[in-house]
Design a protein around this ligand. Sequence first.
Ligand code: HSE
Length: 308
Amino acid sequence: MKVSVRVPATTANIGPGFDCLGLALPIYNEITVEETVMPGSGIEINVIEDTQTYDLLSVPKDKNNIVYKAIELLYNFVGQSVSDIKITIKTNIPVTRGLGSSASVIVGGLLAANKLLGNPADDAVLLSIASEVEGHPDNVAPAMFGGFCLSSMEDDGSVIYSKISWPEDWKLTVIIPDYELDTQIARSILPENVPREDAIYNVRKCAMLIDAVYTHNSELMKKSLEDKIHQPYRAGLIKGFNELKELTKNKDDILGCVVSGAGPAILVISENNGFDKIKNEVLQIFDDLNVICDIRTLDVENTGSVIL
Ligand code: HSE
C-alpha cells in the first residue's frame, strides 16, 4: 500500500512574527510513502525534481533524512519501529530559499505514514512531531492547514495554532533568487539575546499585524511589517533586501516587504496590482546585483495538505 500527499510551500515570519507566523503558498511538493513489498529491503528514498535545476544530491537518502526521522518519531509514538519503507519526494518547491521546502516534506511524510498506519495520530500529535523535526512550527502549521497561521511551540513540546482568514485582495509576490541560503547559517548569525526595546518593538508590531489581517486594515498592515530581531541581522546575507525595502516604502498599493522565512527569497505584500507597478524597478535592482530571480505573484493557499 502507498499513500501520496500534496503539501504547499510556506513563507514564515511575515516580518515581526519570528518563528510563529506563516502563510501557505500555491506551490506544491508531493510526498509518497509506501511499505516496500520485499521484506528486509530497508529504506529507499528517491527525490525527483519536477521543474527545477537545483542540486538535490545533498539530500540524505538514509536514516538521516528528515522525512524518515519524522516517520520514525510517529512509529515510536504508536509503539512500532519502522522497518522497510520507500519514500518518494517529487519537488516543485525551490529548496534552501526560505519557502518551507523542508517543512513540506516533513509534513507530507508524516501525513502519508499516519494514513498507512490507520490514522493513529491526530493533528495535534502530527503538528508537534513535525515542529520537533523542523525546529519551529511557523512553516509546519500553514503547510498542514493552509492559509495564515499563528503557531506556538509550548514548553512541553506541544504546538498550538490558529488560522486567521487572509484578505483575498492581499497578493503575495515571492522573489526567488538563484542562490541558496542554508537556514542553519541564517539562524546562526542571530544574537542569543536582543535588546529589550527591540523585543518590545516586535511584540508591538506582531500584535498590530494580527489585528490588521483580522480586520483587513491595509493602513495598519503597512505599519506592522517591521522587525528588529532577525531581518536587520540577515539583511547582509540577502541580496537586494535593503534596496527593495527602500523602493517599496510609501508606494501605492504596496503593504510591505519582508524576508521570506530565513531567506534568501523576499516576500512583497500588495493589494490590487500593486506589484506590477514596481516590477520593472525590482528587476533593475536584481539586475544591478547580477542576481537572476524568479518572480511569482500568488494568492494565499487556503487548503493546506491533501492526501491524494
Ligand atoms: N522562522 C524560521 C527562521 C523560518 O526565520 O529561521 C525558517 O525555517
